[in-house]
Design a binder for this molecule. Structure first.
Ligand SMILES: Cc1ncc(COP(=O)(O)O)c(C=O)c1O
Length: 385
């Protein structure tokens, strides 16, 4: 047992707290540009309880392993994964995409990934890590992949096609059903990056929004990556990669002779059970009904924000598909800098000449009412309005 040296502890925590004061915090409500959120209170509690677990050595933590299985079952049900499927917990969208492309490369022995220009920058890492080539497909004016262009890019060397179910910059959804049909006909591995949209689209549909299908009900979908630390209200780091066939995960597994499992799949070795327990606790607590309510409230705030932005004379890049808004500006970088000096964090998207606002669960209409006058004044100061 380690006896705490209280004096030393106080000094250390003083230092930690001082440094933490420099952080913007989701709980302050001033982060409007991030896809992460304050974890649900129940996630925080479960996280702390499972701090010492290691899912990389499953027999040491058979209870935590069971939690992981139950969480994977929850995600599988959400995404209508078939019985033949399996899943891998990952740290987030980047690792989910890396793992999917690793599988696609192993299965096909090929090196080219076809993806929209709107794809997340994690694919640049994939190209560099695995010496793969990215073949970009332009997007339409609705900012989704142009299918006719995609058809021209398919070749014998194609390892995978990637579609977005919730683009990073604008939350748009590629025509996943058409992509699925095409990939099924061409026998191509089709990965859906639903890092952000995976916890939004299923509920949008139930709430009456017109959004395309994106999950395993489409026979051409090979894998889906979904992040719980985004709209799943869980704690960082937590995402899941689901693949249609169990043997696909086996093709990236290796012998793990000195730990309790014979084989290990996925990128990581040692990995904490804390985020998984936290994600599972939130899923149990909220249930599908709770997530639907959360998405409804995010969409209400999105609609409200859209209206307030237009009232001050600014316009949106596109009508929002989900709780992500692009606000057109001539000098987004300058606005982001000035807003940051005033205590507000939004993200710039230079290539679309806009700033991105993400209306996460902690953002309320009252917060938007505080933010809009600051945005208006900032735009007036630099001549945007
Ligand atoms: C569509 C998409 N994919 C992947 C990622 C990467 O996720 P992470 O930063 O959790 O690795 C993001 C992050 O915003 C994303 O929006």
């Amino acid at each position: 047992m380690i006896t705490p040296n209280n004096e030393k502890k106080q000094v250390i925590f003083h230092e930690l707290t001082q440094l933490q004061h420099r952080d913007f915090r989701f709980s302050d409500g001033h982060i409007l540009g991030s896809m992460c959120t304050v974890p649900h209170p129940i996630a925080k509690e479960a996280y702390m309880q499972f701090l010492e677990t290691n899912l990389g050595d499953p027999e040491l933590c058979s209870g935590s392993k069971e939690i992981e299985s139950r969480y994977l079952a929850f995600i599988s049900k959400l995404l209508h994964a078939p019985k033949t499927s399996t899943g891998q917990i990952v740290s987030g969208g980047t690792e989910g995409n890396i793992t999917a492309m690793w599988i696609a490369q192993q299965l096909s022995g090929k090196k080219e990934i076809i993806l929209p220009t709107s794809a997340h920058f994690s694919f640049q890492k994939i190209a560099s890590l695995m010496s793969m080539k990215l073949i970009e497909v332009p997007v339409t004016k609705e900012y989704v992949m142009e299918i006719s262009q995609l058809k021209k890019k398919i070749r014998k060397t194609t390892a995978a096609v990637v579609g977005l179910a919730g683009s990073t910059e604008l939350g748009t959804i590629d025509p996943i059903p058409e992509l699925s049909d095409l990939c099924s006909d061409e026998h191509l591995f089709f990965h859906v990056d639903a890092a952000f949209g995976g916890f939004v689209i299923p509920f949008l549909k139930e709430l009456g929004y017109q959004v395309p299908e994106f999950d395993f009900r489409l026979k051409g979908v090979s894998s889906i990556s979904i992040d719980s630390h985004k709209m799943g209200y869980a704690a960082i780091p937590l995402g899941t990669l689901l693949v249609r066939k169990k043997q696909w995960l086996e093709c990236i597994s290796v012998d793990s002779p000195y730990i309790s499992s014979e084989k290990q799949s996925g990128l990581l070795g040692t990995r904490s059970g804390a985020p998984v327990a936290a994600g599972y606790a939130v899923a149990q607590y909220l249930g599908l009904k709770g997530y639907r309510q959360m998405v409804k409230s995010c969409m209400d705030v999105t609609g409200y924000t859209e209206k307030r932005i237009e009232e001050i004379g600014l316009s949106l890049v596109l009508k929002p598909t989900m709780n992500v808004l692009g606000v057109k500006l001539n000098r987004p970088g300058l606005i982001v800098k000035k807003l940051s000096e005033k205590g507000w964090r939004v993200n710039k998207v230079e290539r679309l000449s806009c700033i991105r606002l993400v209306l996460m669960p902690q953002i309320t209409k009252q917060i938007i009412d505080e933010f809009i006058p600051v945005l208006q004044k900032t735009c007036e100061e630099v001549g945007e309005l």
